[in-house]
Design a protein around this ligand. Structure first.
Ligand SMILES: C[S@@+](CC[C@H](N)C(=O)[O-])C[C@H]1O[C@@H](n2cnc3c(N)ncnc32)[C@H](O)[C@@H]1O
Length: 333
């Protein structure tokens, strides 16, 4: 996240000036550390020291969202309203529990009034199908589902109705990007609109191959490559990675496999394409790491290779007791 760095005694004045010119990013918290304050930015500003650091996102629903609704909903209903908004660029996507569906319009208008975003949509299904999108219902604002989301200094254009994108993976993406070294040859097997490739290629001189089966995702990724100033290169392919990768005549130092429900069924493809000593960033939905480690180890040993598990992480909670987990394995042999 791009921030203005100022001595703590100038923090308040600077904050007010940035707010006045609309350049303070209100989606992240200001950080204070070692006598300096770090103020998140929306865009470029001149005359300040700019640094790139990780900041904590603001709680998705501010307290007075409930205030706006207090005349329309009972305190119990407000309690029941799921208060986790997903903000993607100028769009807010919210989840309304079944017992509040009759009030969805009021809730949508309140969300619009409070967030001052362009559009409010409601989740109308789970994420489903091969291309991992969900049904969205327009509630308030302007019914335009195309937006540009800013994350860790990159701009990601997308249509929230046509492609998968989750702002909740931002921390995972910066973690992976921070572990990449210049010169790596990387394959993102399920790239979507390219949040991993764009962030990594912005920060590193790398050579990335990005594949997705969803034509719309590749269309936006091609736009995102142009929207961002990249140090590395990103080459895109549209199609089923199992088939598309047959034409690749090289191996990769890193393979990213963020298709958590089905990535395990593509482990044979990844293991064939990984360079000796290369890293597979593998993801799945699970209540533990054991299953993923077992699957990765099995696929690797089937190919006569070995894997060293170098890291495991819980990326986000998906349902009670289940997580989107990350397992990083270094493949040898
Ligand atoms: C969970 S999304 C992740 C997208 C992206 N990596 C991200 O983090 O936003 C998984 C993506 O895999 C794509 N996909 C599903 N099956 C595929 C396949 N067989 N080959 C290539 N892409 C596939 C979907 O279209 C979807 O965009």
């Amino acid at each position: 996240m791009k921030c203005v760095k100022v001595p703590l005694k100038q923090l308040n004045d600077t904050r007010l000036k940035l707010m006045e010119i609309g350049q303070m990013n209100m989606d992240y918290k200001i950080k204070a550390a070692d006598d300096y304050g770090y103020i998140p930015l929306n865009g470029d500003v001149e005359g300040y020291e700019i640094v790139d650091i990780e900041l904590e996102p603001m709680k998705k629903v501010p307290h007075n969202f409930s205030e706006i609704l207090k005349d329309e909903l009972t305190p119990e209903e407000i309690e029941n309203l799921r208060t986790s908004f997903d903000t993607i660029g100028d769009i807010v996507i919210l989840e309304i529990p079944d017992d509040l569906l009759s009030k969805k319009q009021i809730i949508g208008e309140a969300a619009l009034k409070f967030t001052k975003k362009q559009a409010i949509y409601m989740k109308n299904s789970a994420i489903k199908g091969t291309i991992r999108i969900r049904d969205l219902e327009f509630l308030a604002g302007t019914d335009d589902s195309i937006t540009i989301h800013k994350e860790h200094g990159v701009r990601l254009k997308l249509d929230v109705k046509e492609v998968y994108f989750s702002p909740r993976l931002a921390t995972e993406r910066i973690r992976v990007s921070n572990s990449v070294k210049d010169g790596e040859k990387i394959l993102d097997m399920f790239c979507g609109i390219g949040p991993f490739p764009i962030l990594i290629a912005k920060n590193h001189d790398v050579d990335i191959t990005a594949v997705d089966i969803n034509e719309a995702a590749i269309k936006y990724l091609n736009e995102n490559i142009k929207l961002n100033k990249l140090k590395g290169t990103v080459k895109t392919y549209c199609g089923d990675v199992r088939q598309v990768s047959e034409s690749f005549n090289c191996k990769f130092d890193r393979i990213i496999m963020n298709l958590p429900g089905l990535a395990y069924t593509f482990l044979d493809v990844a293991v064939n394409l990984i360079e000796d000593g290369g890293i597979i960033n593998y993801y799945e939905f699970s209540d533990s790491y054991e299953q993923g480690i077992k699957r990765l180890t099995h696929a690797v040993s089937k190919a006569g290779k070995e894997v060293e598990i170098i890291n495991t992480r819980k990326v986000k909670s998906t349902s009670p007791g289940e997580w989107h987990v990350a397992i990083d394995g270094k493949v040898k042999g």
